[in-house]
Design a protein around this ligand. Structure first.
Ligand code: GLN
Length: 393
């Protein structure tokens, strides 16, 4: 199907891109970010971490392989809007069950195509992530000033709390899928992807998936042997409740692994800060260096915030949770891509070892988690005294 009905993308700095409507029509607003993934558009669209964001695909042809039920990372598309250059006119893949355009429309995702995504990406790279809006259908009747005003009236990503939007409404348990059960993990669902749950389940863990606002008590009540914090949308600074809960669980000696948002919340639980990157890292081809082995891994990433830690040397957690090191460094811009605790059984990565659309370099991290939990289960939990001044923060 070739569409010709117009759409416009309006950036908060006043830049406008005219294009063709793609997917649903209407108006949508969000933070404009780009992803450099050449594959995996369906995983991107269904990744809850993209809630609140309008995603630009730098890959020029999108939709070539259609969509299928298996590649969904959650039960719906979460992006707020979608910007592409050339939507594929036909699908060509043995796994395809439908076209991307139809799926976008069915899910109510407002998109725009025929945009010069190279120019747009350069603009975002130079000026930073911006608020933006896509207008099509009746929304096009508003004049340019009114559209710009609506874009500028939106909440910026800095400070946004989005966990309640994406988290599971009720707790549930996903049973392990390994030949032998190892134990169970309490996973705080801040916007979890299916691949994360299946990676834990296949390593012998029953996974208790809990709503983002689960209390310390509710987490303990699962009887879990370890704690996991997932990826998710929003500014980690807006999730202090979850950071404080984690701080207490760490002090109680629970082994912990976090991914992406979970990495940022581990940083905050340990008493460090987080900050917003100019335009973030999104794609399946992001190089990081493991500081312990010096090995370079190609990782999948999707983040706009990062933990504020010196990338070299060892620092003490200001809340008394022992020594902390940066385990991975992003090679494009030296940003913290992982945290290793030296005195408590906890680590996290900013990238996505579970990413089904990405490479598999990073999947041994789930094995590392399993081994860490097994070692911790073999002895009584070691508690840590939190530094008094930070205890109630
Ligand atoms: N994928 C994620 O978990 C993203 C974390 C956070 N919302 C960020 O943009 O940095």
């Amino acid at each position: 199907m070739i569409r010709t009905d117009p759409a416009v993308l309006v950036l908060e700095d006043g830049t406008r891109y005219e294009g063709t409507a793609y997917g649903a029509t209407g108006e949508r607003f969000g933070e404009l970010v780009f992803t450099t993934g050449m594959t995996g558009y369906q995983e991107t669209l269904s990744d809850p971490s993209y809630a609140g964001q309008i995603v630009v695909q730098t890959a020029p042809h999108i939709g070539n392989t259609g969509v299928n039920a298996e590649d969904m990372e959650s039960d719906r598309f979460w992006v707020e809007g979608y910007v592409v250059r050339d939507p594929s006119r036909m699908i060509s893949n043995w796994r395809a069950e439908g076209t991307l355009d139809e799926q976008l429309e069915a899910e109510g995702i407002v998109g725009i195509s025929d945009v010069d995504t190279r120019a747009l990406t350069r603009l975002v790279r130079n000026e930073g992530a911006m608020r933006a809006g896509i207008f099509s259908g009746e929304a096009l009747s508003a004049d340019a000033d009114a559209q710009l005003e609506k874009v500028r009236a939106q909440a910026p990503m800095a400070g946004r709390y989005l966990s309640d939007l994406v988290t599971t409404k009720a707790a549930y348990t996903a049973a392990h899928t390994a030949s032998e059960r190892i134990g169970s993990v309490a996973l705080l669902d801040l916007g979890v992807k299916r691949a994360t749950i299946s990676n834990l389940a296949s390593r012998g863990f029953d996974v208790h998936v809990l709503p983002a606002e689960a209390t310390l008590e509710q987490i303990r009540e699962t009887g879990a042997d370890a704690i996991f914090y997932s990826n998710g949308p929003g500014d980690p600074e807006a999730n202090d409740a979850q950071a404080v809960v984690l701080r207490k669980l760490l002090a109680e000696g629970f082994p912990f692994m976090g991914i992406c948002f979970g990495n940022q919340l581990l940083g905050r639980a340990l008493g460090f800060g987080t900050y917003k990157l100019p335009f973030g890292h999104r794609g399946v081809n992001q190089p990081v260096r493991d500081t312990a082995t010096n090995k370079v891994e190609i990782t999948a990433q999707n983040h706009g915030f990062a933990v504020d830690l010196p990338i070299e040397g060892t620092v003490d957690s200001p809340v008394g949770l022992g020594r902390v090191e940066v385990s991975h460094i992003g090679l494009n811009d030296q940003v913290v891509e992982g945290i290793r605790c030296l005195d408590i059984p906890a680590f996290s990565v900013q990238f996505h070892p579970e990413a089904a659309s990405g490479p598999h370099d990073a999947s041994p991290l789930f094995d590392r988690f399993r081994d860490m939990v097994l070692a911790a289960m073999a002895e009584p939990r070691r508690t840590t005294e939190l530094t008094e001044t930070q205890n109630e923060n």
